[in-house]
Design a protein around this ligand. Sequence first.
Ligand code: SF4
Length: 251
Amino acid sequence: MVTSLEKAAGIAFRSLVPNRPYHVQWMVTRKCNYRCKGCNVWREQDSRELSTADIKKGLDILKKLGVIEVVLSGGNPLLRDDIGEIVDYASHSFVTTIYDNGSMAEEKIEDIRNADFVAISIDSLDAEKNDYLKGVKGAWKKAMKAVDKLHEEGVNVVVSPTISQFNLYEIADFTKYFLKKGIPIWYCLYSYDFSEGSNQLFKIGKKNDEFVITDRKAMVKLCDFLIEMRKRNSNILMTQLRYLKPLKTYI
Ligand code: SF4
């Protein structure tokens, strides 16, 4: 984590900019080593990537626009050879989070050490269920090991699940489990764009009937649980807590 007076002052100054975007998620690669069921990225991989210099230029533009928080995602951003340089550059100006599906964070720990948060994606406490969702055998074991290792090494690791009908009933226990271990849970409140073909803007989500939340009552109950838990525990992180309340009516 980079904590400098210059960074803090820059963030404080940018937060005064009126009508600025707050949060940006940047897919720095479309390459991925996993095969998640609800994802389109690995089905449509693309080896073209912006150069390191172009990414830095982009980050400079985001800074000028007043952005505070940057999430580096993909694909798996850790598949980029220059990811350490990108993380370091971003971390000097933004609250920076980097995503990993749990497969590479341990081996690339020195590259990601300066991020403010390393988000490891885990969707279930049930290894088999998690591996089914990720499309890779052994994914759960590897991700859990990475979380422990990063935590031990003093890296700010957080766990980030994707909520779906598949894991809806276990999210409360999942949250409590990691909080008990002192690991924050990060609920990144994005919704997927499931449009088909060329209409799909970012080509991220893959429509999957298994994931569609059919038990709306349970989802509303979960939102209430998270809102209440969040009041008592600052280790529950959310992109924007205020979105949870309107989300309940949308469901
Ligand atoms: S959800 Fe993330 S980890 Fe899984 S296949 Fe898609 S890009 Fe890769």
